[in-house]
Write a protein that binds this ligand. Structure first.
Ligand SMILES: [Fe+2]
Length: 202
């Protein structure tokens, strides 16, 4: 298999000395405001951030600091996508390394698309961003074509759309299945969790 275009070519990110070093959320939002003019893409990152934070708190028993790591990883994972599509992931990683951000957060961002970046998800935080990323966007695409958006949306309708290849065709069903194969939670539960935690994000 040929090397993917966006392959990062390394598997170690950040400096262990920076463990626990997290930028204030306002700084992360300021970076997004500067790098991501596209409102829809910003919303995508805010949605993934909300779902990641909620998962850490509700399902992993995380403390506030750990939950903030999950949130930051979600908030920044596509920060360089709009400005630097040909160097997506590399630029935001370098930026976060420069900012001395916690290496766990950087590794999670680096592994959010193993087929693209060539970095395998290792921690639960890595695995969950991989699970949530495509599904969050998919569920939002489904909400946008419903007159009542998220209101009354059920898991069954999302499952059906996932089986309809022409709906949100750019969303890789293979990636979703691959991501799910690395965790123990069934797809139905993940879908419900995403709906519940991203529906009110603006
Ligand atoms: Fe994403």
């Amino acid at each position: 298999m040929s090397t993917p275009v966006l392959a990062l070519g390394r598997s170690v990110f950040g400096d262990p000395a920076n463990k626990g070093n997290l930028p204030p959320l306002e700084d992360a939002h300021a970076l997004l405001a500067e790098w991501v003019p596209n409102e829809r893409l910003r919303l995508h990152m805010k949605q993934v951030a909300a779902v990641m934070k909620a998962w850490a708190l509700e399902c992993e028993g995380a403390d506030e600091l750990t939950a903030r790591k999950w949130e930051l990883a979600g908030l920044l994972h596509d920060a360089d996508w709009e400005k630097y599509p040909e160097a997506h992931c590399r630029i935001i990683i370098e930026k976060l390394e420069e900012m001395n951000v916690d290496p766990d957060v950087i590794h999670t961002i680096a592994s959010h698309g193993p087929k693209h970046f060539g970095v395998e998800p290792e921690t639960k935080m890595d695995k969950m961003i991989y699970v949530f990323d495509e599904l969050s966007g998919f569920i939002h695409a489904a909400a946008l074509i419903r007159p009542t958006r998220y209101e009354g949306m059920d898991v069954k309708s999302i499952l059906k759309k996932l089986k309809t290849a022409s709906f949100a065709a750019q969303v890789s069903r293979d990636d979703i299945n691959d991501a799910l194969s690395r965790i123990d939670t069934p797809l139905e539960e993940i879908i419900q969790f995403v709906i519940d935690h991203q529906k009110d994000v603006v």
